[in-house]
Design a protein around this ligand. Structure first.
Ligand SMILES: NC(=O)C1=CN([C@@H]2O[C@H](COP(=O)(O)OP(=O)(O)OC[C@H]3O[C@@H](n4cnc5c(N)ncnc54)[C@H](O)[C@@H]3O)[C@@H](O)[C@H]2O)[C@@H](O)CC1
Ligand SMILES: Nc1ncnc2c1ncn2[C@@H]1O[C@H](COP(=O)(O)OP(=O)(O)O)[C@@H](O)[C@H]1O
Ligand SMILES: [K+]
Length: 498
């Protein structure tokens, strides 16, 4: 599990640590770690051309000291100063080690960057604010088109460290070397996409850091959460999931939600819906126990021995659907509400019930649905996803999973989790229905809502990557990837444990 801390927390921890260390010691630790990663990216250090993009703050200082280390090992190091000042100690160290230093010049910068074997982005770190200004923006553009790999110092310049937001230009890095702790923006798109592979350099900050602001889970963290049936298991003990998805208009939503649950592994799926949808679900999934109900006239939940309910995908927003959702939310079962159920909740009539119910509740909106839940615009949510998902969890007093290129999971009082798996190929109709089924199965198996959401999003993304094989996938294709993803994740855990 990778823990991230916001800039405010990093600054406090750094101040506490610096007070006990000789001046400059932290920057030297950071720069040494940076130089080691840079050296690994070069076929050989001696004779390689390294270009440092140097801003006016300590981020530039890190780059200059690392450049001095590489220069001392025989690299040809050139620093391009993006600002009108640069870290004095770093400049002196680079000069002493034989590196060259020049101010940014528009007419020569392109040649300098295109001749490089490695570009080190030390323009802005956690002190960056807003979109990159010139000449930083020009250098970010040149670095993106130059052939050499780009290493970002602490974070790609132009990425907001706390949120991953990018306003205007930002560096696109192949590798980011971050110091002391991960920054949330390295795990949230578009920042995550700009960061490339992220290395953490230990500078001794750990003991000064409080609990994380954000978490990113890896296979090894997910594996122990995945339910494993034991010898005593029967279909009821493994968990029965009740699915209330699909309608005469959207029959596929039922098929995909049920499929997501079955492929994830659950004791039983019990489907209830209009008769033509039941026929279609049974044609595809004969193992389902299905009940003909017209959700528009019958609101009896009759969950049998259900352990959790998924409600909403393709279900409709008519008065009968509102009544059905009301009954489900009034139950003491764990509930995952998606799609149309979210539209109904956003309309206001049932939001109090969500807020006050004591059983686990998970809402799985995309940005448009979250905007409706929070009575704001989709663009607002897209621009500040972390802020909005946190607010929704707090105001609705439940777990909220915000879908998108980085899926975020928030629960009141807990650090937000950023999902690290997936592919843009997931942006295809019906893939959200599959996600609801996956997470519903995990909730029915007994996982708490937040763990089920974290695990489900991770599995969903892994399943997509395993299913696509380089070509586009449909939501149905995604289903075949789920068991393979589970096997891979479990295998990873076994290897780790040996
Ligand atoms: N504080 C510490 O103890 C440590 C800090 N370290 C490094 O120090 C960095 C933070 O240094 P600073 O606080 O000096 O801040 P930065 O170096 O990140 O940036 C500050 C400079 O950038 C300029 N700037 C801000 N936004 C801009 C924009 N949009 N366009 C153009 N210029 C902009 C500011 O005017 C200022 O000159 C970290 O990211 C890390 O790389 C490391 O050396 C580890 C130890
Ligand atoms: N650019 C992207 N990169 C990765 N995953 C994405 C991207 N866009 C969407 N997704 C994922 O695809 C799924 C889409 O779900 P949703 O918006 O509910 O679609 P639908 O309702 O059509 O099923 C979500 O899991 C979301 O996180
Ligand atoms: K940087």
């Amino acid at each position: 599990m990778r823990s991230a801390h916001t800039v405010g927390i990093v600054r406090e921890a750094e101040a506490a640590l610096m007070a006990r260390l000789p001046q400059g010691a932290l920057m030297r630790r950071a720069a040494t770690g940076l130089a080691v990663v840079c050296a690994r990216l070069l076929p050989r250090v001696y004779g390689s051309r390294v270009v440092l993009l140097v801003g006016g703050g300590d981020n530039g200082g890190d780059a200059l000291y690392a450049g001095a280390d590489l220069s001392a090992r025989g690299a040809d190091v050139r620093a391009v100063l993006a600002g009108d000042r640069a870290h004095e100690g770093g400049l002196a160290a680079l000069r002493a080690a034989g590196g060259r230093i020049a101010d940014f010049q528009e007419d020569t910068a392109e040649d300098t960057l295109f001749d490089a074997d490695l570009i080190v982005d030390g323009m802005l770190g956690i002190g960056g604010r807003g979109g990159l200004r010139a000449p930083h923006a020009v250098l970010a553009g040149l670095a993106a088109t130059a052939p050499a790999p780009v290493v970002a110092v602490d974070l790609p310049s132009g990425v907001d460290a706390d949120t991953g937001e990018v306003t205007g230009h930002a560096v696109r890095a192949d590798v980011t070397v971050t110091f002391g702790t991960y920054k949330p923006g390295l795990f949230i798109d578009p920042g995550a996409d700009r960061a490339g592979r992220v290395h953490l350099v230990d500078i001794g900050l750990g003991p000064e850091l409080p609990g994380p602001s954000l978490l990113s889970f890896e296979d090894a963290d997910i594996a122990p959460l995945l339910p494993v049936p034991d010898a005593e298991s029967d279909k009821y003990r493994r968990g029965l999931l009740a699915v209330r998805a699909g309608s005469a208009h959207y029959r596929g939503a039922a098929v995909l939600t049920v499929g997501g649950a079955l492929r994830t592994g659950v004791g039983m799926v019990r489907y209830a819906g209009p008769s033509p949808v039941v026929d279609q679900v049974l044609a595809r999934w004969p193992e389902v126990v299905a009940d003909d109900v017209d959700p528009l006239s019958s609101t009896d939940l009759d969950p049998g021995r259900a352990a959790a309910v998924v409600i909403g995908p393709g279900r409709g927003v008519l008065p009968g659907n509102v009544d059905e959702l009301h009954v489900v939310l009034e139950s003491d079962l764990p509930v995952l509400a998606d799609a149309d159920a979210l539209t109904i909740i956003a309309a206001g009539t049932l939001s109090d019930l969500v807020r006050t119910r004591t059983a686990p509740t998970l809402l799985t909106p995309h940005a448009g649905e979250l905007a409706r839940l929070l009575d704001t615009d989709r663009e607002e949510v897209e621009a500040r996803r972390l802020e909005h998902v946190t607010r929704a969890a707090r105001e609705l007093n439940c777990t909220v999973l915000l879908k998108g290129s980085t899926t975020l999971i928030a629960h009141p009082g807990s650090p937000v989790a950023a999902n690290g798996t997936g592919t843009p190929l997931l942006a295809t109709a019906g893939s959200g229905d599959v996600l609801s089924g996956i997470i519903g199965a995990l909730m029915a198996s007994g996982l708490p809502a937040t763990e089920a959401a974290v695990c489900g999003a991770h599995l969903h993304g892994r399943a997509a990557v395993l299913a696509h094989d380089g070509a586009p996938i449909s939501a149905s294709d995604l289903l075949s990837g789920i068991p393979r993803a589970i096997a891979r994740i479990r295998g990873h855990n076994r290897t780790k444990g040996m």
